[in-house]
Design a binder for this molecule. Sequence first.
Ligand code: SF4
Ligand code: SF4
Length: 453
Amino acid sequence: MKIADVHAPEAPIKSTSNPGVDLAWLAERVEYGLYQDCVHCGLCTASCPTYVMTGDENDSPRGRIYLMRAVVDGRAQASEKVRNHLGLCLDCRACESACPSGVQYGKLIEPFKVALELSAKGNEKPPILLRLMLKHLFPYANRMKLALIPARIGKATGLLNLLESTGLIHLLPKTLQRMQAMLPTKMPLFPPKDLASKLSPVGPRRAKVALFTGCVTEAMTPETNQATARVLQHNGCEVDVVHGQVCCGAVSYHSGDEMSAKSFMRQNLKAFDPSKYDAIIMNAAGCGAMLKDYAHLMHHDPEAEQAKAFTAKVKDISEFLVTLGPVKPKNRIDIQATYHDACHLCHGQQIRNQPRQLLGMIDGLELKPLEETEICCGAAGTYNLTQPEMSHKLGQRKAEFIESTGATMVATGNIGCQLQIQKHLHDRGNHSDVVHPVQLLDQAYGPIPNRNS
Ligand code: SF4
Ligand code: SF4
């Protein structure tokens, strides 16, 4: 449990050695004072999933801040060992919630990981197939929809189950096997029709909102976006499904492709005019946290003011509804459910009570408390593809805690968590549904009366 043999000096030390990352690039993006905010008290370590699992201080927030600062100070190189400890970080930001000194860990690790990716060589890089998919597939909802056609056919015909049960699935490349394992268990052959670009409120208009549909959610579980739109309509919202919107940029940014991420961000700033809306609504925690970060990520760019105005309007669906004053749903749902806090909702956006408050409005729904609810399930964007071992351990741990609640339904506000939890419950022979809270609300509200869209 030895922290890398470095000390924390008061000011950066100049070094002539090769740091293994572009320090000038990093210095433009990370203020040195952010490293100094950490006083090494260690109060964050117990909340860090990777430290809990490995017990290695280098896999704790404190240890990682030491390592990053040591590289920046020229006291350590971004060696393979350092890369491994930083690469194992989930960027779940549980350490931020636990830190009494207000350390903004996300603002350190995110650019640092990008810098590591940019300087990665040979086998420091992810496999080529994964890199191609991260760049050319995942951020594009339409390409993903096309790529998922064989999966939908395979699910609907039982072919995928057959490939699994006969072991033939192992003939696929590892990356594809892992992706296949993460497919939603229920995928209808035909996805629902795309949402209309304008949807009218039920009853008098209380707000006008834009819906951010995202890429992975729209391709894999478009039902969540449809439910979000209906729930907003039931709450008196006029909903615009804005044309020209693209991926939030998180997939590219977190895989080290800052240029593509910025291009997506600029396209979104062009597509959404925040002055026309009371809010820009997001239902995936990871994307919501990214959209709320546009102002920070673009603060040196010509679009800085635009990004600030955009960020100010971004709201998670639960945050928005609770502020608006939610309409109580009429239908009962008699079920015992539990709620898993998605990291980028509870730690990244400090949204904890709102989803519970909304679920609490549903008559018949009993919400069972979940132990370690704020500990990451191991999904963490593409972490399950890049760090499959740790992701698996965390997924199994989460599934065990969920089972101990006795609930037969799990709600969580992030597509990645939904798929990860479902997979790990499924692996244990547990076929409980894992849904977004808006899907339960949608069911409790019922269909839109006299649909005009
Ligand atoms: S990140 Fe915060 S809680 Fe963790 S060691 Fe540093 S100051 Fe303490
Ligand atoms: S972001 Fe999560 S995994 Fe990374 S150091 Fe913080 S608590 Fe640990």
